[in-house]
Design a protein around this ligand. Structure first.
Ligand SMILES: [Zn+2]
Length: 108
């Protein structure tokens, strides 16, 4: 039951990362990112993972991309565009209820 609750919160964090792509206020995005990283730490501990999981999570990638974009510092090189679309696809899977564990894509 606790795990179910934490995965719902995790799903909501993914949805927040998608919703934030329409944001226009950097401060609001930064505050949401702080909340979302708290959720990622819960998920990291649940999966027995740590700092790298949180630092490199696709949810974080989407938040950072938005912050960079609001700052006008986006990079549109093919590597960055590919990384962004990969992160978006991953986050959409999580938001849709397919976690790292169930779709197998998070396995390194
Ligand atoms: Zn680039």
């Amino acid at each position: 039951m606790a795990a179910e609750h934490s995965s719902t919160v995790f799903q909501q964090a993914a949805q927040t990362a998608l919703d934030v792509q329409n944001a226009s206020n950097l401060s609001g995005v930064v505050r949401s990112l702080a909340d979302v990283t708290d959720v990622l730490w819960i998920e990291a501990r649940r999966q027995g993972k740590g700092t790298e999981y949180v630092n490199t999570h696709p949810i974080v990638t989407l938040f950072l991309a938005k912050l960079v974009s609001l700052n006008g510092s986006d990079c549109f090189c093919s590597a960055c565009v590919a990384k962004h679309s990969h992160a978006t696809a991953e986050v959409e899977k999580i938001a849709g209820g397919l976690t790292d564990e169930t779709n197998g894509t998070g396995v390194k």
